[in-house]
Every structure is written in structure tokens, then in C-alpha cells.
Design a protein around this ligand. Structure first.
Ligand SMILES: Cc1cc2nc3c(=O)[nH]c(=O)nc-3n(C[C@H](O)[C@H](O)[C@H](O)COP(=O)(O)OP(=O)(O)OC[C@H]3O[C@@H](n4cnc5c(N)ncnc54)[C@H](O)[C@@H]3O)c2cc1C
Length: 300
């Protein structure tokens, strides 16, 4: 794609375009340069029309809650799509399924899950980000993950074709699914077990309390920075290698949980350098190669 993106070389849409939109405010780590363009579709038809009519050379990136992302300082080229309009954030219960728009914030599920006794979905209510992001990364905690509750996923691909996938088609593994950058998750059907409302509310509160007491609060972070390698705890490997005391500019690891990044600066590059230094130190100390859980995207 040559030249700056402007309204003239983008499809006419009903939603909103924002140009050179700074992305730091959209991510939990609070760093990152601008998106060439941000697009907030009004609804699924608007999104589909955009995908079908846009120049095929314009790359797209789908941004969820930005809770698992390190956006580089050069920002993101092409169009960053954010499903924040209400048509992407609605939820409804049908029989034993909770259907959630992919843009729905997981924390906002607390009410519907507790008030209707939707057992098995309590864990999701405590994970930052959106339902779409949770499916994409098979997010999990408290002994469960999305692979255990997802029944079906409706996806639109970059050519505008919509398909519905069953759980077995999603390729779920530890913090992984088969969805690629050209797949935009639109809606997710989550299977629940009807349970006592008070019990469900109690589990949601216990999970929240656990996080309040065991995980850093109120810091700029993206949660667990590295995946737990088979048979190891990432935080332990980091501590043993001295990664818990490494600092790079305003980036360090949390004193409370040394697999959580703690960003006090304004540089994605510093955070990336810290991650690289920790990977090297752990490799040298224990021979284990840490794999990042946080996704790094964008231009240097
Ligand atoms: C304090 C804290 C605690 C955390 N605790 C946990 C935890 O316990 N367990 C856990 O698993 N994670 C945890 N995380 C990480 C993070 O919350 C999850 O990975 C979350 O599911 C990311 O969702 P998101 O919407 O923010 O996605 P983003 O960070 O915006 O994006 C992540 C990826 O998902 C893709 N994506 C987002 N939306 C869609 C969509 N609609 N369609 C297709 N792809 C999409 C993006 O393109 C990107 O590749 C934590 C993070 C923080 C900050």
C-alpha cells in the first residue's frame, strides 16, 4: 500500500474512521504509536461492507481490550478495527447457551452470569479484555479456559465471508487457538450449567478477591508476560535468573508477581528489550526458552 491512508482510499462506511489515532490509550500497558486508521464499525453489515470493498493491500488488525498486547512505538500500519459499538457487545441467553458479542468486556458479564446462575462461566468474568480476545488466546484461569466453555464461534474473514465454527474446529491449546490475523470473531456461544445464583455470585467474588490479594493492582501491565513452559512456572524461572530485578527504562517486573510486567514509562521498545533480556537470562540459567504470552505488534 503506497501513500497515507485517507478517507478517499477507504470504503464509505456508516461507522467512524479515526486517522493517526494514538493506540496507547487502548492498551493496558499504555504504550504504542498510532494506528494509521482506526475503524469502529456500526454493525456486522458495516464491517462486512468495509472488508469486501477495501483495497486488498490494506492490512487490518483487530483490537480487543488491549490487555494482552504490546504495541510498538511506531504504531500499526493499515486499519485497526475495534468492535466497541453496542451491536458487538450484546449478550443473550438461549437454552443452555450464553451468546456474547465479541466486543463484550468480560468484566461486564458478571451481572448476567451471577443473576442467571450460569455455572462454569465465573472464571471469564475476572479476565481483562473482551470475549473475542479471550477466544483468540484461549484465555483461562481458576482451572478453566475458553476451550472448556466455547460451543461455537461466528467469524468473518478478511474477504467478508461469515462462517460458524464448532469448538473442535478452533484448534484450542494452552493460550492458543487457530484463529489468524485475517479472522474477526463476531459472536461466541458459551455453554453453561444452570446453578444456584448465590453459589455462582460467590465464586465470582472469590475469584476477584484472589486477584486482589495475589496479583498486582492498579499498575500498567498485560498480565502474565510469559507462558508457563511444560513442567515449569514462568515466574519461578524468571526469579531464579534474576529477571525479577531487571529494569529497562520505565519497564520492570512487578515486585508482587514477577511474571507480570510493570510499566512506568512511555516506551514499548524498553518493554520489549526487558522481555528479550529476561528470555536470554532464563535460557542461560535454566536452559528453558520462555515463550511470550503477550503479543507484540506494530512498527519499530
Ligand atoms: C491484569 C491482567 C490479568 C490477566 N489475567 C489473565 C488470566 O488470568 N488468564 C489469561 O488467559 N489472560 C490473562 N490476561 C491477559 C489478557 O487479559 C487475555 O489474554 C485476554 O483474553 C486478551 O483479550 P483482549 O480483548 O484484551 O485482546 P487484545 O489484547 O486486544 O488482543 C489479543 C489478541 O486477540 C486478538 N483479538 C482480539 N479481539 C479479537 C476478535 N474479535 N477476533 C479475533 N481476534 C481478536 C487480537 O488481534 C490479538 O491478536 C491478563 C491481563 C491483565 C492485564
Amino acid at each position: 500500500m503506497n501513500g497515507a491512508l485517507e478517507t478517499d482510499n477507504l470504503p464509505k462506511v456508516r461507522g467512524e474512521y479515526k486517522f493517526s489515532e494514538p493506540l496507547k490509550g487502548y492498551t493496558w500497558l499504555n504504550v504504542g504509536g498510532p494506528a494509521d486508521v482506526m475503524f469502529f464499525p456500526v454493525d456486522e453489515d458495516d464491517l462486512r461492507d468495509f472488508l469486501q470493498q477495501k483495497d486488498k493491500n490494506i492490512p487490518i488488525f483487530i483490537l480487543g481490550g488491549g490487555s494482552n498486547l504490546l504495541v510498538r512505538d511506531g504504531g500499526i500500519g493499515g486499519v485497526v478495527i475495534k468492535l466497541k459499538n453496542t451491536s458487538f457487545t450484546q449478550c443473550r441467553i438461549e437454552n443452555d447457551m450464553l451468546y456474547c458479542g465479541a466486543g463484550c468486556i468480560n468484566f461486564n458479564l458478571k451481572k448476567i452470569v451471577a443473576e442467571n446462575g450460569l455455572g462454569g462461566l465465573e472464571f471469564l468474568c475476572s479476565i481483562p479484555g473482551t470475549v473475542g480476545g479471550a477466544v483468540r488466546g484461549n484465555a483461562g484461569c481458576f482451572g478453566s479456559d475458553m476451550s472448556r466453555v466455547v460451543s461455537q464461534v461466528r467469524v468473518i474473514s478478511v474477504d467478508g465471508k461469515v462462517r460458524t465454527l464448532k469448538n473442535a474446529d478452533c484448534g484450542f491449546a494452552y493460550r492458543h487457538s487457530n484463529f489468524g490475523n485475517d479472522d474477526i470473531i463476531l459472536e461466541v456461544g458459551l455453554q453453561f450449567t444452570s446453578q444456584d445464583k448465590n453459589e455462582v455470585a460467590k465464586i465470582i467474588e472469590q475469584n476477584a478477591e484472589y486477584r486482589r490479594t495475589h496479583q498486582p493492582q492498579g499498575i500498567k501491565t498485560a498480565g502474565s508476560t510469559f507462558k508457563n513452559p511444560e513442567g515449569f512456572a514462568a515466574w519461578k524461572l524468571i526469579k531464579e535468573a534474576g529477571g525479577d530485578t531487571m529494569v529497562c527504562g520505565g519497564a520492570k517486573m512487578s515486585a508482587q508477581h514477577c511474571n507480570f510486567l510493570h510499566n512506568e514509562g512511555d516506551s514499548a521498545s524498553d518493554i520489549e528489550k526487558l522481555c528479550d533480556s529476561i528470555v536470554a537470562a532464563v535460557k542461560q540459567k535454566s536452559g528453558v526458552t520462555l515463550e511470550r504470552e503477550v503479543k507484540i505488534i506494530g512498527r519499530e
